[in-house]
Design a protein around this ligand. Structure first.
Ligand SMILES: [Zn+2]
Length: 379
């Protein structure tokens, strides 16, 4: 695809009310598998139709079949056990409160050696019948999953060190990337919010690594070491992979009290440039995220930016003109064909995040209208 200002979403989309209710009923045994499957199918179809109507160039299934963007791997890959957060540390609730961090209470923890299994191809095969457009499929990154799922007591027998587990998962992830490519997926996006949050770390860990240390017992290695590990694990996933577009998505939650407010992912240069990805999918609509032009000017030839141009935090629908202005922050620093437009993040990374669907679709519509304006002006 050589079009300028290609539009897509980051991945997840809010679930319809009926699907959330059906999920609860199904988990209590009050709804049959068939009736639940029908709700999953309907939500998938309606999400894809909405994306098509908004005029997106690249489609996702909105992750309607996933409980959360990371936890679902625990349902798919043998070796994980779902545990309540207080089983990881009896003081879990107090730890979350003190660090002002929210996490899902049910956690997928690795307890046995992993086995190869389909992670997302089955979802794609069900979704593809609803659109002829190119599809993006997302997968959680190994560095993220290492932090999210390795516990010093429950995981030690299967994987003595978190890194052993992270690299083992990375190898299975590569097999899935190849399966997705062979099935016809155009774009595989690897989600790495844990690396994104490292923008707030220094000599001390950011609040997420601090919380995971207290809950799981994995220690912070220091800024440079963490960065190197994340980069190396991403490259382990894509080693020798060709024939499919690879993207990496990072979050950015600027914190006014942090010394890193107003700095962005440029804190990860030059190490970030070693990642063998064709696109960085990044958050840039919040205040304090830094200057995207600074970052993209450092990109190697051909590497694209998936620029966050609409917020997933507030319910105010941006006007196309506002979106144009946000995109123009990088116009002139990188060719228009290498600029993709997307929301900052998924609209509902977890099953129960309720972002009104009609507002989310309206934001996508503004984004595609902005792409039309930008193409006339700059392409
Ligand atoms: Zn995100």
């Amino acid at each position: 695809m050589t079009q300028a200002f290609t539009t897509t979403v980051v991945g997840s989309f809010s679930r319809p009310r009926e699907l959330i209710d059906a999920t609860k009923a199904h988990s209590k045994g009050e709804l049959s598998d068939e009736a639940f499957e029908a709700q999953l199918e309907k939500a998938t179809r309606d999400t894809i139709r909405g994306e098509e109507e908004a005029g997106l160039d690249v489609i996702t299934d909105g992750e309607q079949r996933r409980s959360s963007f990371v936890g679902f791997v625990g349902d798919k890959i043998p070796g994980f056990k779902v545990m309540h957060i207080t089983e990881l540390n009896p003081d879990a609730m107090e730890i979350l409160k003190r660090n002002k961090v929210q996490l899902t209470y049910m956690r997928a923890v690795v307890t046995e050696e992993l086995k190869d299994a389909v992670i997302a191809r089955d979802e794609f095969e069900k979704a593809r019948r609803y659109s002829k457009k190119p599809f993006k499929v997302t997968l959680p990154a190994p560095y993220l999953v290492m932090w999210e799922s390795w516990h010093k007591k429950h995981s030690k027998e299967a994987y003595p060190a978190p890194e052993d587990f992270g690299y083992a998962y990375a190898k299975f992830l590569r097999k899935e990337v190849l399966r997705l490519r062979d099935a016809g997926v155009s774009f595989v996006q690897i989600d790495e919010p844990m690396l994104g949050d490292l923008t707030e770390a220094g000599d001390k860990p950011d609040r997420y690594r601090q919380v995971f240390y207290e809950l799981y017992g994995q220690g912070y290695r220091g800024f440079k070491e963490e960065l190197k590990l994340a980069v190396d694990m991403l490259n382990e996933v894509v080693k020798g992979v060709s024939g499919v577009k690879i993207g990496v998505h990072m979050d950015r939650w600027p914190n006014k009290d942090s010394p890193y407010f107003d700095l962005g992912y440029e804190r990860f240069l030059p190490e970030l440039l070693e990642v063998k990805t064709s696109q960085w999918v990044l958050e840039y609509t919040s205040q304090g995220t830094g200057d995207p032009a600074k970052l993209v000017r450092a990109f190697p030839d051909g590497v694209e930016i998936g620029l966050g141009v609409v917020s997933v935090q507030n319910y105010e629908v941006e006007t196309p003109e506002q979106v144009v202005a946000r995109a123009e922050r990088v116009v002139g620093s990188i060719e228009p064909e290498r600029i993709w437009l997307n929301p900052d993040c998924g609209f509902a990374p977890g099953m129960f995040r309720t972002f009104p669907r009609e507002i989310a679709f309206a934001k996508l519509k503004s984004m595609t209208e902005a792409a039309g304006i930008l193409r006339k002006k700059h392409a």
